[in-house]
Design a protein around this ligand. Sequence first.
Ligand SMILES: *[C@@H]1O[C@H](CO)[C@@H](O)[C@H](O)[C@H]1NC(C)=O
Length: 322
Amino acid sequence: MRSSSSILFFFFFFFRRKYQSFFLVQTPSKPDRQTPTISVAMISLTELDDDTVRSMSIGAVFSDFGGKINSVDFHRKDDLLVTASEDDSVRLYDIASAKLLKTTYHKKHGTDRICFTHHPSSVICSSVYHLDSTGESLRYLSLYDNRCLRYFKGHKDKVVSLCMSPINDSFMSSSLDHSIRIWDLRVNACQGILHLRGRPTVAYDQQGLVFAVAMEGGAIKLFDSRSYDKGPFDTFLVGGDTAEVCDIKFSNDGKSMLLTTTSNNIYVLDAYGGDKRCGFSLEPSPSTNIEATFTPDGQYVVSGSGDGTLHAWNINMQNEAQ
Ligand SMILES: *[C@@H]1O[C@H](CO)[C@@H](O)[C@H](O)[C@H]1NC(C)=O
């Protein structure tokens, strides 16, 4: 039996959307350990195959911070990565040259979930502290001059997922207060709100026309971004698994959806019909939720795990490639 204290690493894996480059972010759970914080592995190819996936290795290591990273995001167009860490910092990396560009500290609000806006040095970040007293659960930050451009008030509890529309200034947040809020970067006030049960998680598709909400009991609801107030146009049930979904993503081609549950199960669903295409399980890691991602070609699913290993599965063969 592995005890939780033997779990050394949290992993976040992300693939950049535009290029066939592969990145991994790794952070140890014990801040005092002399282990690398972020590792980046890169390949530039048009297609992935099992051999390529197996041969991936670490390309760059950033070791300026050894604590826990709460969330990461890649910029859609530029070679940039942003991280939000438990030391209340936001770090901006150039991933082409493997350089840390900037570190900013946000001691008053803290930094939890983070995502890029369309601008290369502006991000949206969720707060950790004083949510009750200030209501400032979301901030629009300029990393260039370390300024807060706007506060978005509304959520009554921690924000658990955050996503920027790929096409315009809309973004969405979901919170432990059982709501999803839709915002416009240019406006302080919330533009729309959906009340849901449980701990909702939200994601836009790659066109920004549809968004998916995962909620209690394995239910996935699809909404039209232009008329979400009319309710979902489709609902899927992920049969047999009632664990909470902690992350939801669409593949770049829009054909598949990826769900990661709090019990460390990963499912690939057909994004149109909702059929389960395949499922993978990782050993539970009590202290952390894992987060899986698609490769840019949508053919593989990659995830970290509590024991510090990287897993990659071919979704067509349903086998583990690494
Ligand atoms: C963004 O695009 C969606 C889909 O067309 C639309 O519903 C939404 O109102 C747009 N948001 C803004 C801020 O323009």
